[in-house]
Design a protein. Structure first.
Length: 139
């Protein structure tokens, strides 16, 4: 199973997701860190990603030419200008058009509110995503 994790800035959220996947699923998954900057990518690799890809051009090229089972990231990954402007329109479009499951962490930012998420903690959302992935691994 191949999973891409996208994050920006310092990739704190991406790191948490990768660590949880490594703890719960470990070697049954190949993790690709997609960082909008080299710092984010480096932090996700240190958290346990197999490889890292940095920057708009490389992320978009990856999204167009590679097949993954899923991609995980904050809601800003599909919003032009998301994650404090680090998600460009072309990155958001490339991610949106990927033929895979998109796990969106519904952070209440960018003036976006998703009903039903108000009582969920990020750790609980990550747990739910990892459990879903774990239950859908093809052996």
């Amino acid at each position: 199973m191949k999973i891409a994790i996208i994050d920006a800035q310092g990739a704190g959220l991406g790191q948490a997701v990768i660590k949880k996947i490594r703890k719960e699923i470990d070697l049954n998954v190949y993790i690709i860190a997609l960082g909008t900057n080299t710092y984010a990518t480096s932090n996700m690799i240190n958290a346990g990603a197999n490889i890292g890809i940095s920057g708009e051009n490389k992320i978009c090229s990856f999204c167009r030419t590679n097949k993954v089972d899923s991609i995980i990231g904050p809601i800003g990954m599909i919003c032009s200008g998301g994650i404090n402007g680090e998600i460009t329109p072309i990155i958001a479009n490339s991610i949106f058009n990927m033929d895979c499951t998109k796990y969106i962490l519904p952070l209440q930012k960018h003036g976006i509110y998703i009903p039903g998420t108000r009582n969920l903690q990020i750790k609980d959302i990550i747990e739910e995503i990892v459990l879903h992935i774990k239950n859908n691994i093809k052996v």
